[in-house]
Each structure stands twice: as C-alpha cells, then as structure tokens.
Design a binder for this molecule. Structure first.
Ligand SMILES: [Zn+2]
Length: 259
C-alpha cells in the first residue's frame, strides 16, 4: 500500500487528497504480479515465490521487502507464519472478523471451509461491511477471532477501537493485533496534529497518529485483552528470517477475558 502512497505524498501535503480519497483507490488493493528474475534463495512463505531479490517497498524504499508474487511485505509474512505454524487458530472452526482485509490473507482464510470470514474497513473495496472500527455494527461476542494489522495507528481514539475489538469478541476469543511498535520507549502520539505533513515527519506516515511504545500492552489490557507479545527474532531462526525476508517485528496475540 505504501509504495502507491508514496506517489501521492505531494498531493496529500497540499491538501488535494483526503485519507478517504487515498484509501478508496482500487489500485491500492490490486494483486501484485510483478516481473521477477530467476528462482533464488529468497522464498515467500505465503505464495511460495522463490526469487533472488524481492521488490523495494515503503517511503524509504526498503530493499527486498515486497514479494513479487503476492505483494506481501515483511510483517505480512511474519503474521502468516505465526498464524499458520505457531497457533491452532486457523485449524478449528471460527468466526473471523478481518479488519482492513489484506487481499492475500483474505484469499487464504476464505479457502478454509471451517472459517467464516468477514472483512470490515472504512474505505477498502475489499471489505464486506463498511464500518468505523470505533463503532462496529456487530453484536457483542459475535466473533472468535479478530485480525487487525496496522489499523489502530490510523485512528485518533485508539482506546475506542480496542474496546470495540474486545466487545465483538466472545470471552476466550482471540485478537491478533499489529501496530508500528517501538518497545524502547513510551508511545509517541499527536492526536491534535491534523496536518498530514507533520504526521509524516513525526510518525513516518501522513495518516498515522502515533508510534506505539512499551505501554501498548497496557492499552490492550485496559480493554480486557490480555496480550502475549511475539517477537519475530525470538520466534524464528535467523535462517528462516533471512530466507523469508522477515525483519524485526512484533505482534500481540490477545485473549479476551471476562464472562
Ligand atoms: Zn508471496
């Protein structure tokens, strides 16, 4: 998504494009089938593409980041390897709410007949239900699993969004959450900063409101979500991280407490 976003940074800065205008663009969600060279040592654990190089990605053009086969970036591959190989979440019957559904993940979840999958987003044409994460139109306790990757940082009132995730989960249900996360310090936040240019400078993205820090697990706990922090460097060997192109990343695997 960001690689396309980088083309719009100028217009965003001049106020010619709103967040909705940007995220409604169908091509942000288009499947990636880039040309790539001969098979190599890099391998995508999502789509199986083997290549000498992956594509650059992000506003800074991170090298070997984006899979030329499925378009996934490092954090997507970490999330998928975690869900597939390190949990039983995708092996049993579950009602899944997929927030801001990524195409590659949506296709794989929908192929599993024991899962019922529902995508929701404010803008994305891939969503089944258009909704704001701070006011979800779903009954309390409706879902067994919520997947929410790199969404909360787009929401000024993230506490309201986290509370909604907790509300729509049944007790004992799970939420797997990812956010931009730097555990070296507290959350850096700017809810009053409206100018996308300023937010780009502070948080690395014109539509992010914060970079979450070491207090993020407490924000989850405050809503009744008990997180286990999963660090890609602890979960996966160096060999696997190099082969799959997975960088240092964290995810939060949360259990919904309460009756
Ligand atoms: Zn791939």
């Amino acid at each position: 998504v960001l690689s396309d976003l980088s083309r719009h940074i100028g217009a965003i800065g001049r106020g010619q494009l709103s967040e909705g205008d940007v995220y409604r663009r169908e091509r942000l969600y288009a499947e990636s089938r880039a040309a790539f060279g001969p098979p190599g040592v890099l391998s995508c654990p999502i789509c199986g593409t083997a290549a000498c190089r992956f594509l650059p990605f992000g506003l800074a053009g991170r090298r070997n980041a984006r899979c030329p086969g499925c378009g996934s970036v490092e954090r997507h591959r970490f999330l998928w390897v975690y869900l597939r190989d390190h949990t039983r979440l995708l092996r049993r019957r579950a009602r899944v709410l997929h927030v801001a559904p990524e195409r590659w993940l949506m296709e794989r979840l929908r192929a599993l007949p024991h899962l019922s999958h529902l995508g929701t987003d404010r803008f994305s044409p891939l969503a089944d239900v258009a909704a704001d994460l701070t006011r979800l139109p779903f009954a309390t306790g409706r879902f067994d699993l919520v997947l929410c990757s790199h969404v909360l940082e787009h929401i000024p009132d993230d506490a309201a969004a986290i509370a909604e995730i907790a509300r729509v989960l049944r007790p004992g249900g799970r939420a797997v959450v990812m956010v931009p996360y730097d555990p070296k310090g507290p959350t850096q936040e700017g809810r009053a900063i409206a100018d996308p240019r300023q937010r780009l400078a502070l948080f690395g993205h014109p539509y992010h409101w914060r970079i979450n820090g070491n207090d993020f697990p407490d924000r989850l706990r405050a809503a009744g979500l008990v997180p286990t922090v999963v660090d890609s460097r602890r979960l996966l060997s160096g060999h696997r991280r190099r082969r799959w192109r997975i960088n240092r990343n964290h995810l939060f695997d949360c259990v919904r407490v309460g009756a």
